[in-house]
Design a protein around this ligand. Structure first.
Ligand SMILES: Nc1ncnc2c1ncn2[C@@H]1O[C@H](COP(=O)(O)OP(=O)(O)OP(=O)(O)O)[C@@H](O)[C@H]1O
Ligand SMILES: [Mg+2]
Length: 321
């Protein structure tokens, strides 16, 4: 790893992050609202939630591919969310993003090797063939892939290439947006294992974005559950999955298909529009345990038993060790 200045604090710290999309005629869509959390060096945090809850928007903010309207993102103790593109440039190698595999992420007419070397050229880094060979081996690909065209790879192999390309600059933080959702289940497991090994061997911090809770169980130390642009629950992955505090997390977990268990009825009630958020708790229109207070007062994210953070007036499983 390059020798970055080490500071005592977390690698990534986001505070009060908001991103609104103006839609014209005075209408505003609140994609990310008041999000705060930290990621330690080498830690894996999962961001989960239904489609449209703001995961990708948040992911792009984390690596400064997009800027917040308010709040800040700090990497290694330095505020990056307000830096100009020029000032950001030397910091870009430290944070990389991997997207859902798609053919379009590689130019079909360029050899894979060129695509892998490109980030090194852009950042004026020396090209060390032995390093690239080692990297390809680490992601489970033979060195001869360098001379091939992207079209000759399977989806799983291409995702290995995407990961290799993200790691060429030796980042400290990898944000992976739905990295396995385009793959079939057996390939998903392989890529999940690969990301876990890389994280351990490189000391990489990861933010994994997924709508699939069963995927993040294996991938993350902690899990942040999002609903309509806000974090509603954050805690250790296994603890959250075994004893969710937020009724929304509970509902998401219930919706995972399992052997010997019939699926419960899905949540009733409509998902409110992120343009006209309801007063009170954003989840109250669908919450099975809603009470009068929930429609009036918005619950802030607060720490409850066991260090869990939850934004609910009436969290579940409290008082259980
Ligand atoms: N450029 C944009 N302009 C306007 N609205 C946007 C834009 N990008 C995203 N949105 C809206 O912001 C909200 C959050 O979108 P985002 O893509 O971050 O969600 P997501 O959780 O990643 O969803 P998915 O699971 O489908 O990928 C959605 O309501 C989406 O329609
Ligand atoms: Mg998304």
């Amino acid at each position: 790893m390059p020798n970055y200045a080490q500071t005592g604090g977390p690698l990534l710290q986001v505070t009060g992050l908001c991103r609104r999309y103006p839609l014209g005629k005075g209408r505003v869509l609140h994609a990310v609202s008041g999000v705060s959390f930290a990621v330690e060096r080498g830690e894996a945090l999962a961001l989960v939630g239904e489609s449209g809850c703001g995961k990708s928007t948040l992911g792009r903010l984390l690596v400064a591919l997009d800027r917040p309207d308010s709040g800040e993102v700090c990497l290694g103790g330095r505020v990056i969310s307000r830096l100009s593109d020029r000032a950001l440039r030397p910091l870009r190698p430290r944070m990389q993003m991997v997207f859902q595999d798609s053919l379009s992420s590689f130019n079909p007419r360029r050899k894979v090797g060129d695509a892998l070397i490109e980030p090194l050229k852009i950042h004026r880094r020396a090209y060390d063939p032995a390093f690239l060979e080692r990297l390809l081996k680490q992601v489970g690909l033979p060195p001869d892939v360098m001379d091939r065209l992207p079209g000759s790879f399977s989806g799983g192999q291409r995702q290995r290439l995407n990961i290799a390309r993200a790691l060429v600059l030796e980042p400290e933080l990898l944000v992976a947006d739905e990295p396995v959702s385009a793959l079939d289940v057996s390939l998903q497991a392989q890529i999940i294992n690969l990301l876990g090994e890389l994280r351990r061997s490189l000391g990489l911090a990861c933010v994994f974005i997924s709508h699939d809770l069963s995927v993040v169980r294996q991938m993350s130390d902690r899990i942040a559950v999002m609903y309509l642009g806000r974090i509603v629950e954050l805690g250790e992955t296994l603890a959250v999955m075994e004893q969710p505090s937020h009724p929304y997390t509970h509902a998401l977990l219930q919706a995972i298909p399992r052997l010997n268990r019939p699926l419960p009825p899905p949540l009733s009630g409509d998902v409110p529009s992120p343009i006209d958020l309801p007063a009170g708790c954003p989840f109250h229109t669908r919450c099975p345990s809603v009470q009068a207070r929930c429609a009036q007062e918005r619950p802030e994210l607060r720490t409850v038993d066991g260090g869990r953070e939850v934004a609910c007036h009436y969290p579940m499983n409290q008082g259980v060790a």
